[in-house]
Design a protein around this ligand. Structure first.
Ligand SMILES: NC(=O)c1ccc[n+]([C@@H]2O[C@H](COP(=O)([O-])OP(=O)(O)OC[C@H]3O[C@@H](n4cnc5c(N)ncnc54)[C@H](O)[C@@H]3O)[C@@H](O)[C@H]2O)c1
Length: 335
């Protein structure tokens, strides 16, 4: 089955959805929609056969369209998705799924009631290096996961409607949710709105999981250089996943153990630094895998890897972190 899709929102990210859907065998890009006619004209020049409209209603009224893909600002995800679900269309919505957990729950419930696919665009769940690390965790090769430390920082782009927590946070919180298959039970955080009052552009988030794993997530739009670096430290091995490197995954056969003491009170740590392995990583584009999964979930009735419940968990995590920040900094600091 080919899924007929309309893309809504042609700003920074939407044209990527348009490009990939246009090339995907499983999808037919039927129409695009944006309130901005200049952005529409740009897409029309490149894809003359695709219908262009400024009216979302036009898209919803078109019975040939099976699904909409929303790449609009976060505050619009809930209203636009709800309207599409109500007229029987499947919905792919860019991360984060919604602007609050109450909104996310309403969307998930409606999609379930209508038997429609609702999929948040957590692109990193389709990233080959992320999946190499997932396999290492699942196979037990890393041992118990002691902690994960991640930095996602660069200069810009400051968003007008959300803080860095809602903009960059969904990437790391979705990866952590996917790798660990659990939600944090304790969070603490600190943030600062350095440039635009009320919109934090740097956040340091700590998370503790029921399994005992702890994580530290550093997010910033204000950094001298771009970092996309995650260290996963296990009881057997350690991994560095660096999305900016040409060796994105490096596995360190390193660790420390505490053997039973030979005599009472005599503890001696044993340090091990073994081989460093850099596995070959597939170069396939994550966005193509993600949108293919969306089409398959519609045609085969299966839950996509980036499922709505996972998207709801990510929104809830961000909300809990934000509530912590409100307590720590006061509501005025966060707008
Ligand atoms: N998966 C990723 O890696 C990734 C990367 C960047 C952005 N995103 C997500 O994509 C979404 C959009 O981000 P962006 O940076 O492209 O935003 P943007 O502001 O650049 O673009 C949004 C577009 O939506 C249009 N729009 C707004 N309301 C509309 C409506 N009611 N009907 C039709 N068009 C409407 C605007 O005119 C604008 O062109 C966000 O949810 C963001 O988090 C995802």
């Amino acid at each position: 089955m080919t899924v007929n899709v309309g893309v809504v929102g042609l700003g920074y990210w939407g044209p990527n959805l348009v490009r990939v859907l246009h090339e995907l065998a499983e999808a037919e890009l039927v129409a695009v929609c944006d309130l901005d006619t200049v952005r529409l004209a740009k897409i029309r020049r490149r894809y003359p056969a695709v219908r262009c409209t400024t009216s979302y209603e036009d898209l919803l009224a078109d019975d040939s369209i099976d699904a909409v893909a929303l790449a609009t600002p976060v505050s619009t995800h809930h209203p636009l998705a709800m309207r599409a679900l109500k007229v029987g269309k499947h919905v792919f919505v860019e991360k984060p799924l919604a602007a609050s957990s109450a909104e996310a729950e309403e969307m998930i419930a409606l999609a379930g009631d209508c038997d429609l696919v609702l999929m948040p665009g957590h692109t990193f769940l389709y990233s080959p290096p992320v999946n190499v690390v997932k396999d290492l965790i699942d196979s037990g090769e890393l041992g118990d996961i002691y902690f994960i430390s991640t930095s996602r920082v660069n200069l810009g782009l400051h968003q007008s409607d959300v803080s860095v927590l809602w903009d960059l946070g969904p990437h790391d919180f979705s990866i952590l949710r996917y790798w660990l298959e659990e939600n944090p039970e304790h969070v603490s955080a600190m943030a600062r709105a350095c440039v635009v009052p009320g919109t934090p552009d740097v956040a340091f988030v700590n998370l503790a999981y029921p399994s005992g794993t702890v994580a530290h997530v550093e997010l910033s739009w204000l950094a001298p250089s771009k970092l996309r670096r995650t260290a996963v430290v296990g009881s057997e091995k350690m991994v560095v996943y660096d999305d900016t490197s040409n060796e994105p995954v490096r596995i360190f056969d390193s660790g420390v153990s505490l053997p039973d003491p030979a005599t009472f009170g005599e503890y001696k740590l044993t340090y091990r630094t073994g081989d460093i392995v850099s596995p070959a990583i597939s170069a396939v584009e994550p966005l193509a895998l993600e949108l293919r999964d969306f089409c398959h979930s519609i045609s085969d009735g299966v839950i996509p890897r980036s499922g709505a419940l996972l998207g709801g968990d990510v929104v809830r995590t961000i909300e809990v972190v934000e509530n912590h920040l409100v307590k720590a900094l006061g509501a005025a600091a966060l707008r």
